[in-house]
Design a protein around this ligand. Structure first.
Ligand code: AMP
Ligand code: MG
Length: 644
């Protein structure tokens, strides 16, 4: 049930006429506020109900059953919940039963897409109610409750009480935490409405902020226009790469979408709940050795003892629940559960058998070779923190705890496309006409993206240089995707037609980046999707991907963004380098006579020469301010394998 029965008191200042404003119906980013709530809620539930106390016809037109309060006098959200429970009780008389009622307010357009699923997952067998919570506080209007609570709520309301948390505190309830910063942000004032519109219009990027930052970067970098044509390039504001990377990352907002995956699919995913141990590991005290288990009280510190041998206990089998009290030893294998009181294990190689007795040497320590219950992990311990990217070790750890599913960030939906009349699909086995070439970028990008299992890749194919086709494709993708990555079509020559169509679709900045290869780069939003337009040349695609796209994706997934793992070497020969731009030169690494690593750069640094990235396995990173480099000067490099 969407709760829309309130009086929207704080919103009345936006009312233009004598009619009171209904918050649910206030336009927000192109539709009534409640439409955002309905859009988010509908895929999560079997049926939607709307609670309202005015303008029934308007709400009914949204296609869901509308219920007014059954109590007089705008009694607040509990009255809406009461109306829903009443309706469900009435239906159950007709054998139409619902198992749970979920309530959400009409003014929270950002609640999680897996709200119902997560709340259900945290319900225990006997829970009557689940309340959502942020890390700071419970969110008492976001409830999942059993329909049988009608009687309890009716009783509570009849006594004149109105506070939701006061009601459910007397019930068997659990809370379910959501870590997303926006999840429960609600809209009460015109200012909050404006902020919400901004986020709904561009959920992953603060586009206004980015525009300001880029404007500042460009105005700092701008040079005097030159009349000399050969110098014309100098008049274009060139943005240093570190500065552009920083403003982009600062203006990105982490993805708020989470979903539940089963253990088998969790490797490499980013956890959005913290995991606590559902029981002790080890679950019972057990033996760390093959040998004999004994009670310490039956040993002597100074002389050996001989004990009769009782039961034999194997790993995976229960131990005798009440072993006899008289002194004796149990034959145990590694992992065997030790009965209460058996607090010493003596390894078999230290013992000898005499008739049917075992001889235990003097000097054994209490507790030796005994693994205690919970010694690895105790029940209730936090074992993996929210935000962790799950490694192979975490997989083993979760499995050891019997955790068969978990909540993770994603899927992050990314579309990739290539542009250009000359570009052909190698999979379509077409003949190449003069001037045509096979699309390498899309295949490379898809393979790059495969390293994040949280990404759902959508291959949007090749779009010819036809503004209408490109516009239509981008428009369609912007409805379903979080991010669109294109290659080609953003260089100065082509940017003009792309520029005007992008202005119709959203807000995109065509930057000239002070880097080689990879000068042209477009960034911004298309519709609500984040857009990154990479250059066309394949080496430039790889470089801009590694430098800008990798950290952008990490940021969206809430992961730390790492700088490249740089190492140092010396130049084997002089290297030509222009100050005022960062150059990434493909290079080879050798050792000189003294064992010092030295770099030889390739003579062909063409940005279309993809084969050079296989022949030259490292990239020399020549910093922005640096000029020509002499033989023997030290410099940084990065291994391509580390970037892959
Ligand atoms: P553009 O930025 O569209 O001018 O492209 C720059 C260069 O990259 C041109 O020579 C294109 O032919 C080439 N190019 C563009 N897209 C691709 C692609 N998908 N695969 C290989 N080369 C490409
Ligand atoms: Mg092109």
């Amino acid at each position: 049930m969407v709760l829309a029965g309130g009086l929207s008191r704080r919103m009345q200042m936006v009312a233009s006429g004598p009619e009171p404003v209904d918050k649910a119906l206030i336009p927000c980013a192109g539709k009534p506020l409640i439409a955002w709530t309905l859009q988010r809620l509908q895929p999560q539930v079997d049926e939607v109900l709307i609670n309202c106390n005015r303008r029934h016809e308007v709400f009914a037109a949204m296609g869901h059953q509308v219920l007014g309060d059954k109590l007089e006098g705008f009694a607040g959200p509990l009255a809406g919940m009461h109306a829903a429970l009443h309706e469900l009780a009435h239906r159950s008389e007709r054998a139409i039963t619902a198992q749970w009622l979920l309530t959400v307010p009409c003014d929270c357009p950002f609640f999680p897409e897996d709200l119902a699923q997560s709340m259900l997952a945290s319900a225990k067998e006997d829970s009557e109610l689940v309340v959502a919570r942020s890390p700071e506080a419970e969110q008492p209007v976001f409830l999942l409750m059993r329909p049988a609570l009608l009687a309890s709520l009716e009783h509570f309301l009849k006594r004149g009480f109105r506070k939701i948390d006061q009601w459910y505190q007397s019930l068997k309830y659990v809370s379910c935490e959501f870590i997303e910063p926006l999840a429960f942000r609600n809209i009460n004032t015109p200012e909050e409405l404006i902020e919400a519109e901004r986020i709904l219009g561009s959920p992953h990027l603060d586009i206004e902020g980015l525009a300001q930052d880029i404007h500042i970067l460009e105005s700092v970098q701008v040079r005097e226009p030159s009349a000399d044509l050969s110098q014309a390039q100098e008049s274009i504001p060139m943005i240093p790469i570190e500065a552009l990377r920083k403003v982009l990352l600062d203006r990105l907002r982490p993805l708020e979408r989470s979903h539940w995956l089963s253990l088998a699919d969790l490797h490499g995913q980013v956890l959005t709940q913290s995991l606590t141990a559902p029981y002790n590991v080890p679950s019972h005290q057990n033996s760390a050795m093959d040998g004999f288990a004994i009670r310490f009280r039956d040993l002597r510190s100074d002389v050996q003892v001989q004990l009769p041998v009782g039961d034999r206990i194997l790993a995976g089998h229960p131990s005798p629940s009440s072993p006899p009290e008289h002194p004796h030893a149990l034959r145990v294998m590694t992992g065997a559960v030790l009965p209460e009181g058996f607090n010493v294990v003596v390894p078999q190689e230290l013992c000898s058998l005499r008739d049917d007795r075992v001889v235990i040497p003097a000097g054994q320590q209490c507790g030796q070779h005994v693994r205690l219950a919970g010694e690895d992990i105790a029940f209730g311990d936090r074992v993996i923190e929210s935000g962790t990217r799950l490694s192979a070790i975490h997989m083993g750890l979760m499995a050891s705890l019997g955790i068969a599913q978990a909540r993770v960030r994603g899927p992050l939906r990314i579309a990739i496309l290539s542009t250009g009349d000359e570009v052909l699909d190698p999979m379509a086995s077409e003949e190449r006409a003069q001037g045509q070439l096979f699309d390498s970028n899309r295949f490379m990008l898809k393979a790059f993206l495969a390293k994040w299992p949280s990404i759902a890749i959508h291959d949007a194919g090749i779009i010819p240089d036809d503004p209408n086709r490109l516009e239509q494709t981008l428009r369609e993708l912007s409805h379903s995707q979080d991010m669109i990555i294109s290659s080609g079509g953003v260089s100065v020559g082509e940017a003009d037609f792309t520029r005007s169509l992008m202005a119709r679709l959203g807000q995109v900045h065509f930057c000239t980046v002070a880097m080689r290869p990879g000068r042209p780069l477009a960034l911004g939003r298309v519709g609500k999707a984040l857009y990154l337009g990479l250059p066309g040349n394949p080496v430039a695609v790889a470089m801009t991907f590694w430098y800008f796209v990798v950290p952008a994706i990490d940021r969206l997934l809430g992961l730390p963004t790492h700088p490249w793992p740089l190492r140092s070497a010396v130049a084997a020969q002089a290297i030509r380098k222009k100050p005022g731009r960062t150059e990434f030169q493909r290079a080879r690494l050798d050792m000189d006579q003294s064992g010092m690593p030295q770099l030889t750069v390739s003579q062909n640094q063409g940005s279309g020469v993809l084969s050079s990235l296989t022949k030259y396995p490292v990239i020399a990173v020549l910093e922005h301010e640096r000029g020509h480099i002499k033989a023997g000067e030290s410099l940084f490099y990065v291994c391509i394998d580390d970037l892959l």
